[in-house]
Design a protein around this ligand. Sequence first.
Ligand SMILES: [Zn+2]
Length: 738
Amino acid sequence: MIRRRATAVHVLRAAGFVPAVLLAVWFIMPSYRGDLTDYEAVVRIRDRTGKPLRLVPEGDRIICVPVPLDQSGRWTASALVAFEDKRFYRHGGIDTVAVCRALLQNVLHGRVVSGASTLTTLVVKLTEPRGRNIWTKLVEAHHAREIEANLTKDQILEQYLNRAPFGGNIYGIEAASRRYFDKPARNLSLAESALLVGLPQSPTRLRPDRYPARAMRQRDVVLSRMFENGLITYDQLMTARDQPLELRRQSLPFLAPHFCDFMLQRYPGRKHLETTLDLEIQRLSENALGRRIGELASRGVTGGAVVVIDVRSGSLRAMVGSPDFWNATASGQVNGSVAGRSPGSTLKPFAYTAAMDQGWCTPATMMADVPMQFAGYTPQNYSLEYSGPVSVRQALVQSLNIPALKCVEQIGLDAFVETLRRLGLSSLNRGADHYGLGVVIGSGEVSLLDLSNAYACLARNGTWKPLRFVAGEPEGAGHRIFSAESTYMVADILGGEERSNELVGHMADAVLPRVAWKTGTSSGHRDAWAVAYNPEYVVGVWLGNPDGSASDALVGGSAAGPVAGEIFRGLYPGGDSPWFDKPDGVKERMVCACSGLPPAVTCSAMEQDLYIPRISPVQRCAIHRNGEEHWPAEIQAFMERRGMGDSSMVSAGSTLRIESPADGETYHLLPSTPGVRQEIRLASSAVSDAALYWFVDDELLQRADALQPVFWPLAKGAHTIACADSAGRTARVRIVVE
Ligand SMILES: [Zn+2]
């Protein structure tokens, strides 16, 4: 009796006191500070069409994929309301009936036993976590009123469904639907929706993958409430209850892995990355690279990378960092597209484009592809052969080294390196002297990503733009580096109709898009490159091994070219690709086929050439004068040597002979070309690897192996050139330089 009376006093006291306090504090309570705009702890990376590339759980590893309410499933909202808060549409955030019942129970038991939580207060709890006590409940109720005043009922449901816990690190209906049923929430069946909305009450205890029986019992409770509330028919109830639990776990998207890693590093802290990547082009690139590596793996090539850029906007469309991200033995997680590697010959087009803008050459301009010494070193062509007089067009198409070096010497090494930096090749960050003229044949290092974007400048009529990775971000301010005229002429050289066939290989039926392309091979066969472009896309391909090991298969044209070609074929399956319009500033003219200059009266062979009026050279051909041919000294010497036959054909005899220069030969020294030493090659009949000693005017010039090329810079006057081998054999010739 006593106990019952005491309880009754409690109740009476509480009935008077508590409401008075509540009323007083209601108006001084802090306002709601939860964040309803941001979903916690997941970074989503999407491609340009919205396809998810990766979800990145962060912090406490929450996985959440917010969706609008109308994407949460036909039955989800009604199941939720029936189960959690059946008066949801009638109350203003606080379910007074439930609160009174709860308060009474709390007082009777002297502790908190019952929730009386509405969906609105659940949203408050999810966004402003607090402990459990009476005061907390009051604050939550207060904040629920605020939310009700600011959001519609549907918005509140959407907030709850996207934030509720569904077991493990799964938050939100969409993540739960994908995790347990491998489908988007909008396709959930009645039974599946009912199962999911029952979980948040006790997500750990009810996890359907661990405790399927409990989860099913909870599902049936939800279904019963729906039936009781008239939301489903008896037939629907029974059909849904008969549904077995069929869990299908879906793994999280993990596409374009190197690109996503690259973006996370580049944009730390960004929750939503709507990127410029195009998943279709990415897959096309991955497949093309994967196939080629499959063919080359047996020859020791396991690494490679592809970059595709949309020319007009500068947007990155594909980035493949390795053939297989998960291949640990091939360092698959290393992103080859951003690694600095020797670019081989791929920078040559920039030298010729600059030279054309400086008015120094046109596609037909003659260059000397002969042995020549540059600032202390004697470069060789990749083929180890020399062509003599060649046009710029031939020099670029055949990727000859000597003319490219001479071209850079002509435009100035400092200016060329500066141009490369303005093209975004920021890894070339040392002084020009560090690289030397050899920068044009790969003495520096560049990344495929930067290189491809440098080519985008050629494809964009000479305007460079920074790469764009995030959709919707404004395009970066561009700057002009080359003229539209010079880039057109270089594209014309690199994109001759037949060259497309060479890039992709001959296929009778294939319709080939017209592309400009250049390949590169680094010294020692460590890197093979191909960059192809048209007015819309740049496709850059690098093949090599992450550890830098060499392979004789690493030759740009044959190894990397087909990958670029295949991607371009995939970009234009009908072959209907665009090509560059000739700018008004590019004209055509007839030139001497030898010099590439406007013909003199005695020039015999002519050809058509492109040129830029008021920029390109206009002086007449100087080779054909007075009925004679006047070649530059180094070409003259080369042609005379070649006329004698190839020294390597001479078999080893008992006597030592000097094969080049010929005894009694006369050379013509050209009026000086700045920085270029005109020289002749010294060659003997020796074929052994024994040491040879070369003398000029009885002074030792060089000790060299018999097969090693030796050059002597021409000096005016009469000279004696001699050589001796270690066996004591000697040979001697006399020449005159005029
Ligand atoms: Zn001529």
